[in-house]
Design a protein around this ligand. Structure first.
Ligand SMILES: [Mn+2]
Length: 322
C-alpha cells in the first residue's frame, strides 16, 4: 500500500492534508509530519484543521503551517489526505462540506472502526497511532526525518499510547520512538510541554470531576456528567475538557470510565475508556453510533443528558455483569 500511495503522490504536485475536529496530538502530529514530508518530496502542501492547533502543540516546528479551513478547496489541489480520522463524520461539519465530491481522497488511519471512506486507504487497525503508521510509511518512501518531522511523529505516538503505557506499545513502537530520539527529539522538553504545562482552568475542571464523580457496579464503573452551563461557570475552555476521563479512569478497581458532557446543542458527548482487555468500549460505542478503539472510544448522541447516560450505562453494566 505504501508504494501504491507513493506512486499516486508522485503524479501530484499539490496535496492537502487534514484531520479530525478537536484535534489531539496524533491528529496534529500526523498532519504536520506528513505535510512536512510531502514538502521534502517537492510538493506544494496545504495543511488544515477546522479547530486549529491546540496551544500545547503550538511549539512543534511548522505548527503554524496548519491553517484554518479555506472556504473552498484551492483549484491546484490534486489530492486530499485525511489522517487519524476513522469516520467521515469525525472530520467535522465544515471539513466534510469542503471535501464532499473531491475526486481523490486518501484515508490514512489506525482506528479499528475505520469506515473506509475515501478512494485510497492505508489503514492499520489498532496500531499505536496514525503517526506510527506514517513513521513506517515515510521510512519506506526513503524520506529523511528532520527534527520537526521527528518531533511531530513522536508527539503523535506518545499521546496516543498514553506515554507508552497502553497495550498498543509493541517492541516495534519502542524502536520507532528510539529512532525518533536519534533523529533529534528532546524527550524531556517535549514531555514537559505536552504533559506538564497544564492551564489552571484545566485543574479546576479536574477538581470538579473528582468532587462529583459517581462510582458504581462494585467499584468497576466510574463516571462524571457535566451539565449544561457548568463549563461557563467554571470558566474552562473546550481544551480543558480533553482527557478528563483519565481523571476517573485511574481509580483502583475501575474497569470502565465514562465522561458525559452536555454540549448545549442538543447533543451529549461521551468519552469511554476500558482498563479491562475483555471489555471493548468500541463495541459499546458502536451500539450508539460511536466508535474508536477497544480501550478508548467516543459517542455523540442526541437527547437529554440523563436519558442518554442511562442507556449507555446500562450497556456497560451488562458487560460488567454485576
Ligand atoms: Mn490516533
Amino acid at each position: 500500500m505504501y508504494e501504491q500511495l507513493y506512486s499516486r503522490i508522485q503524479q501530484c504536485s499539490t496535496i492537502a492534508v487534514t484531520s479530525h475536529f478537536r484535534p489531539d496530538g496524533d491528529a496534529i502530529g500526523s498532519t504536520l509530519a506528513l505535510g512536512l514530508a510531502l514538502q521534502a518530496l517537492g510538493k506544494k502542501v496545504y495543511m488544515w484543521n477546522e479547530d486549529g492547533v491546540p496551544a500545547r502543540y503550538a511549539f512543534l516546528g511548522g505548527a503554524e503551517l496548519i491553517q484554518p479551513l479555506p472556504d473552498a478547496v484551492p483549484a491546484d489541489v490534486e489530492m486530499l489526505i485525511c489522517v487519524d480520522t476513522g469516520d467521515w463524520k469525525r472530520l467535522g461539519d465544515r471539513t466534510q462540506q469542503l471535501l464532499a465530491d473531491f475526486p481523490l481522497i486518501v484515508n490514512i488511519d489506525h482506528h479499528g472502526t475505520n469506515t473506509r471512506y475515501g478512494h485510497l486507504h492505508v489503514i492499520e487497525p489498532e496500531t499505536a497511532a496514525c503517526a506510527y503508521v506514517l513513521f513506517n510509511m515515510l521510512k519506506a518512501w526513503g524520506v529523511k526525518l528532520t527534527k520537526p518531522m521527528a518531533d511531530a511523529l513522536y508527539v503523535g505516538i506518545s499521546t496516543d499510547t498514553g506515554s507508552f503505557q497502553y497495550g498498543s506499545t509493541t517492541p516495534e513502537v519502542m524502536h520507532a520512538a528510539g529512532e525518533l530520539l536519534a533523529a533529534g527529539v528532546d524527550v524531556a522538553d517535549v514531555n514537559r510541554r505536552v504533559y506538564q504545562e497544564v492551564p489552571y482552568t484545566s485543574l479546576l475542571m479536574q477538581r470538579e470531576v473528582l468532587n462529583h464523580m459517581v462510582v458504581e457496579a462494585v467499584g468497576q464503573l466510574a463516571h462524571y456528567s457535566m451539565p449544561a452551563g457548568r463549563k461557563a461557570e467554571l470558566g474552562v475552555t473546550l481544551e480543558d475538557t480533553k482527557d478528563l476521563v483519565d481523571v476517573v479512569r485511574v481509580l483502583q478497581g475501575v474497569k470502565v470510565a465514562v465522561i458525559f458532557e452536555d454540549l448545549e446543542d442538543g447533543r451529549i458527548r461521551m468519552s469511554l475508556r476500558s482498563k479491562d482487555p475483555s471489555i471493548s468500549v468500541a463495541t459499546i460505542a458502536a451500539q450508539f453510533g460511536g466508535g474508536g478503539h477497544a480501550m478508548a472510544s467516543g459517542i455523540r448522541m442526541r437527547g437529554e443528558l440523563a436519558a442518554c447516560r442511562e442507556q449507555v450505562l446500562n450497556a456497560i453494566r451488562k458487560e460488567l455483569a454485576v
